[in-house]
Write a protein that binds this ligand. Structure first.
Ligand SMILES: NC(=O)C1=CN([C@@H]2O[C@H](COP(=O)(O)OP(=O)(O)OC[C@H]3O[C@@H](n4cnc5c(N)ncnc54)[C@H](OP(=O)(O)O)[C@@H]3O)[C@@H](O)[C@H]2O)C=CC1
Ligand SMILES: Cc1cn([C@H]2C[C@H](O)[C@@H](COP(=O)(O)OP(=O)(O)O[C@H]3O[C@@H](C)C(=O)[C@@H](O)[C@H]3O)O2)c(=O)[nH]c1=O
Length: 292
């Protein structure tokens, strides 16, 4: 008689966020998930983090917790550093101590944006804003262990959750404003969070992690082009009733205290051997259809 395979226990940190919720919504059947929100476990509380890991003994930890408000990170610098940087180093140390696998989320904003072709996993990061610096600090905390059980998944321009993200912001503005101005000189790849979640779950089949994976939907656009496509699809689906003019502007004309990379598309060549990637326009349709 063959013994039934025991489900893998996966601990999700930051479970109430966009990525955490998408992971829960797409959980494969062979996984036993323990999902902890910030309220249940603040990852900067290192003693409690250690106790939790010891008590729960997960085989895989997914760190979806993060300080993600890019503008606010410039003001709340210490808090952003402690969540995205210091806590991640401690988490990596504790995961290693317990022999658990760790999948940590990072961002395209670790790059300076001076490239004109998609960033490779091996390209050198050089963040140009505080959020990006804290994300890089977290990456260093993981890479320092040089351990094939610990990995970083960099992604970009995420949307699709319940909280604050570009697609819903645009839809709200399209319903309430007469015109919209959107930056046309920053390029990257939009990523539907459910596609990312699918990729993350696929990593459980990978025997030995690469240090870094890149994951985004395929294709590159500017935020302006993204907004135009959001409006086009939303009108077709009846989500928005009236078109409004969308005006392309330069980054200097957009009121912000943050420098953002001019180009931050990610080369996902290794990842697409693990999971099927789809064009960003198709994924946007999927999201808008799921909303209706
Ligand atoms: N959004 C994007 O465009 C991108 C995101 N990423 C990365 O992906 C990860 C997830 O992002 P996303 O889901 O979009 O972000 P969200 O802001 O939607 O979710 C982050 C979650 O982390 C929680 N959190 C914050 N601080 C702590 C803490 N100290 N302890 C435990 N939990 C905490 C937040 O709780 P609360 O809301 O209560 O503060 C929130 O539930 C982050 O690491 C982010 O840097 C990478 C590239 C793009
Ligand atoms: C709302 C709005 C934004 N913008 C610009 C500002 C910015 O350059 C761009 C996107 O706006 P956001 O506020 O979504 O930008 P931002 O918060 O910088 O988005 C980033 O979040 C972090 C967490 C990441 O890791 C990144 O991958 C990226 O998704 O659009 C306009 O031009 N007009 C507008 O009306």
């Amino acid at each position: 008689m063959t013994e039934a395979k025991k489900p893998i226990t996966v601990l999700i940190l930051g479970a109430k966020g966009q990525v955490g919720q998408a992971l829960l919504a797409s959980k494969p059947a062979d996984i036993n998930v323990i999902a902890l929100s910030r309220k249940a476990l603040d990852i900067t509380n290192v003693p409690k983090l250690g106790q939790c890991l010891q008590a729960l003994t997960p085989q895989i930890i997914i760190n979806a917790a993060g300080f993600t408000q890019v503008e606010l990170a410039e003001q709340e610098r210490e808090l952003a550093t402690s969540i995205n940087g210091a806590a991640v180093s401690e988490l990596a140390r504790l995961a290693k101590q317990q022999g658990a696998r760790l999948i940590h989320l990072s961002s395209d904003y670790v790059f300076d944006g001076n490239k004109h072709s998609p960033y490779l996993c091996t390209d050198s990061p050089n963040p140009i804003n505080h959020y990006g610096q804290t994300k890089r600090q977290g990456e260093r905390g993981i890479l320092a262990h040089n351990d094939t059980k610990l990995t970083i998944v960099r992604t970009s321009w995420l949307y699709g959750g319940q909280g604050r993200h570009f697609v819903d912001s645009m839809l709200n503005l399209m319903r309430t404003k007469e015109t919209l101005s959107v930056v046309a000189d920053q390029y990257g790849s939009p990523t539907y969070v459910l596609g990312l979640a699918n990729f993350i779950w696929s990593l459980r089949h990978v025997k030995s992690f690469s240090p870094i994976y890149h994951w985004s939907d395929s294709g590159v656009c500017s935020w302006f082009e993204f907004a135009v496509e959001i409006q086009r699809q939303a009108l077709l689906l009846g989500i928005v009733k009236q078109p409004i003019p969308i005006i392309p502007i330069s980054s200097e004309c957009y009121s912000s205290i943050v420098n953002r990379p001019a180009y931050s598309a990610l080369a996902c060549d290794d990842s697409i051997e693990i999971c099927l990637v789809k064009p960003w326009q198709t994924q946007l349709t999927q999201y808008l259809l799921n909303k209706t």
